[in-house]
Write a protein that binds this ligand. Structure first.
Ligand code: CDP
Length: 795
């Protein structure tokens, strides 16, 4: 016997087909809305039509009279149970149902629980709410203006709309860098509000059983254990009597991390009625009230030497958080990991000041397919880099090459204090430039220009911190960020693996089994993976911020190694040699001096239940909790070429090249799928997605007629490159996260390409989305086009 062929057993590097797709493509997925429980009632939410108003009265009497209505909940009723407000994941409070004021359009005002959702919806319309309108505030500039109404007048001591002022970096060093600069490049940008808009909306089914006192909640959550902790704390229920089950999820992208009022109301309703209560958000509810991201303004400056060296970076950001500060992010950082900006560049000094404001918009700041604000960080970074190269009159690629961190500088301390782990940035850039035919394109561009055609090329180079913890620095409300895996190998060598992560389409059921196959030689098809049930899965922080592979994936490797260590003892017993004389090759232990004498991992599994040595605990199962020593730092180069039509402002993508180095790829096919999905979201953001608010605070973009998702028809083709592989030195299998890189780094590549095409107009910026009318206006009027008024720093 010899070692197994790793690819054949579906180990690392196998492009194994996704096992979960067997049920998805047959229509056999089991989503929250598919679940029907006996006696189940349905909940609908009445939402505020106004962005800012005092509630004068709520009259529910007509709603109660509608046949089939079981319960009408208002803020006043919630308050009697101390549930009108709930804590957020960022140490703020959020109204569950409004009592004093409504603070954004779409805010939850009342709920009806009825026999079916239609009765519940009709009854919502029968609730009479009298509002006294207040002036709405829709951006930080208005929020900070003298005399602006204080949105959060419910909070003692809150006498303005400022939530926080936060800063990071080296103020004195940065000032020195700017004093020494030959040139200072400045750019003001707005990263507009966007929405993860998963196809499946949020929802929950709460099922409180009075006989057992057990509360079971089926829900669309990316972080079931965090929700269990939140329910225990908010509803003051004993944690062991709460079971959160997250069934199949139809896309999360960060939208399904926070705790939403609908969850809380359905739980209370089930406790009061002692019947299961289902709440499924509709699409408009999803788009106007849950899970907003971005909405942040930048004043950015780079201190430059005329030879192209960046000496320092200064950024001031104003973040529009909406009415409640409910960002789901590591508690230590007020503005997520925005300070991961410029991590791939060798810049001696940097400083960021950040200010958060309340506005009359739904709470924002979810980590929409990103590691807590890194999307904004990388977008600002790459737009600033392009503008700086232009200001110096330097070639875009050459400017990056001068400043990128070189291979021998790792581990590298970034300008804002992170330690990046590994990378080959220059090599990735070379691969990308070669693939896109950089020099040839520049010639074509010049020729086209002579004939009045506008061609452009945009580059985005970025590294992203993926895999929070470590637990020393990363926690959410004091709960440390680590993750877990639990592996049970049955006597026949088949296994069940459970982790604290929760897949939402990323393919964990496929890839985690591949890690087990790699570590133990058990074929991946013999390993079933389960996630999302707090009664069976080990405690974990869930899936967001591409933390699954860096943390839960590492835990899978570590628990497999624990199993292997015990299997080695069993092998020694079966082979009648000492443990030191036993060697391992994939799937098999053998005697060092007699390689033909061996036992398979399956034979060891059988022995664990039928023939263990004296004194050994029976069974072959274990749990690992993994606290990562550092984040993983994948690197990517995205290069886009476009043609802009000067008559209409329409721009078409000619070519898009993506070079992603995410270390060891567990499943190359899944990795490519993740990259393509991310690039498509990036394209949507840059090209068409537009969710904004009018002066009255009405949400524009609250349906898929206005908030556009690119279909296969609009989506450009992508050329993906995988030849650069820099394993993470601290991850047990050398893997780095990949889920969000393309969504994070992609938008700047598209925007940079369009800006490059129109560079001769002198226009420095067009805010996303680069809609044809905005591009056309910029070209014809030769001025920057912003989506919203920028906010200046106080500094
Ligand atoms: O946390 P999330 O699952 O969203 O992101 P991720 O950890 O980057 O993983 C996304 C998917 O890509 C998972 O199925 C991973 O196992 C897979 N992956 C991979 O095959 N190889 C990598 N180096 C990274 C991720």
């Amino acid at each position: 016997m010899t070692a197994l062929d790793e690819i054949k057993i579906g180990g690392l590097g196998a492009s194994r087909k996704r096992v979960e797709d067997q049920r998805f493509i047959r229509g056999k997925g089991n989503y929250t809305d598919d679940i029907v429980l006996p006696g189940m009632l349905h909940m609908e939410i009445l939402r505020s039509p106004l962005a800012h108003a005092r509630i004068v009265s709520i009259d529910t009497s007509r709603a109660w009279q509608i046949p089939g209505v079981h319960l009408v909940l208002t803020g006043e009723m919630m308050a009697t149970r101390n549930l009108a407000w709930m804590p957020t994941l960022s140490y703020d409070t959020q109204a569950v149902l409004a009592t004093d004021k409504v603070r954004f359009q779409g805010q939850e005002v009342a709920c009806v629980i009825a026999d079916d959702p239609y009765i519940a919806k009709d009854a919502c319309e029968a609730i009479d709410v009298e509002y006294e309108p207040l002036p709405p505030i829709v951006n930080p500039e208005q929020a900070l203006a003298d005399g602006a109404p204080v949105i959060r007048d419910d909070k003692e001591g809150q006498d303005s709309n400022v939530i926080y002022n936060w800063e990071v970096g080296d103020a004195a060093g940065t000032e020195r860098a700017f004093a020494e600069a030959d040139t200072i490049s400045r750019l003001r940008l707005h990263y507009p509000r966007s929405h993860p808009s998963p196809i499946e909306c949020c929802g929950s089914i709460a099922d409180f059983n009075r006989a057992t006192s057990k509360l079971t909640v089926y829900m669309t959550t990316q972080a079931p254990h965090i929700i269990r902790a939140a329910v225990a704390l908010v509803a003051e229920l004993p944690e062991h009597m709460i079971r959160i089950i997250s069934p199949d999820i139809g896309g999360g992208f960060g939208n399904k991390v926070p705790v939403y009022p609908g969850y809380v109301c359905s739980i209370l309703a089930s406790i009061l009625l002692e019947r299961p209560v289902k709440w499924i958000e509709d699409k408009t509810g999803n788009l106007i009230s849950t899970g907003f991201a971005r909405d942040i303004y930048l004043d950015g400056e780079l201190a430059l030497r005329n030879d192209g060296k960046i000496l320092g970076v200064r950024m001031h950001v104003d973040s529009d958080h909406g009415a409640f500060f409910s960002d789901a992010q590591p508690s230590k950082f007020k503005i997520g990991l925005l300070h991961s900006a410029f991590a791939c560049y060798n810049i001696p000094a940097g400083r960021i000041t950040a200010r958060g404001t309340y506005t009359n918009k739904a709470p924002g700041g979810v980590a929409y397919r990103c590691s807590f604000r890194v999307t904004e960080a990388m977008f600002f970074q790459e737009r600033m880099i392009q503008a700086a190269a232009q200001d110096l009159g330097m070639d875009q690629a050459a400017f990056r090459r001068i400043n990128l961190v070189s291979d021998d500088q790792f581990p590298f301390r970034t300008p804002f204090g992170f330690l990046t782990d590994s990378g080959q940035y220059g090599k990735c850039l070379d691969v990308g430039l070669r693939a896109v035919g950089y020099e040839d394109f520049r010639k074509q561009q010049a020729e086209a220009k002579a004939r009045g055609r506008l061609l452009g090329l945009g580059i985005s180079t970025m590294t992203e911190p993926l895999g929070a913890g470590n637990s020393r620095e990363y926690d959410i409300l004091g709960i440390k960020m680590f993750d877990s895996a639990d592996l049970k190998v049955h006597m026949t060598g088949k296994a069940i693996l459970r982790t604290g992560a929760k897949t939402q389409g990323q393919g964990h059921e496929t890839t985690w089994a591949q890690i087990v196959a790699h570590e133990l030689g058990i074929p991946a098809e013999d390993v079933v993976v389960e996630e999302g049930d707090t009664d069976t899965a080990p405690f974990g922080m869930g899936t967001y911020a591409s933390r699954s592979t860096p943390v839960a994936g590492a835990a899978v490797a570590m628990v497999s190694r624990k199993i292997r260590a015990k299997a080695r003892k069993l092998a020694a017993h079966l082979l009648e040699v000492s443990e030191e004389d036993v060697e391992w090759e994939l799937g098999r232990f053998y005697v060092r001096s007699a390689p033909d004498r061996g036992v398979t991992i399956q034979e060891c599994a059988m022995a664990a239940y039928s023939n263990m040595p004296d004194g050994m605990e029976p069974g072959l199962e274990n749990t690992a909790y993994y606290d990562p020593p550092n984040l993983t730092w994948p690197f990517a180069v995205y290069i886009v070429t476009v043609e802009v039509d000067p008559e209409t402002g329409v721009w078409d993508v000619l070519n898009m090249v993506a070079v992603d180095d995410c270390g060891v790829r567990i499943n190359p096919m899944i990795v490519e799928g993740q990259i393509m999905g991310g690039l498509t979201e990036a394209y949507a953001m840059a090209n068409m997605q537009f969710i904004t608010f009018d002066a009255e605070g009405n949400c524009v973009g609250s349906n898929y007629m206005d908030y556009l998702l690119p279909t296969a028809w609009e989506t450009p083709g992508y050329e993906l490159h995988s030849e650069v592989v820099t394993p993470s030195p601290h991850h047990p299998i050398g893997a780095k996260g990949i889920g969000e890189c393309a969504a994070v780094g992609g938008p700047a590549a598209f925007v940079n390409a369009v800006m490059d095409a129109i560079a001769d107009t002198g226009v420095r910026n067009i805010d996303m989305p680069l809609l044809p009318d905005r591009v056309w206006e910029a070209i014809t009027k030769r001025h920057d086009v912003s989506g919203a008024p920028p906010v200046r720093s106080d500094d």
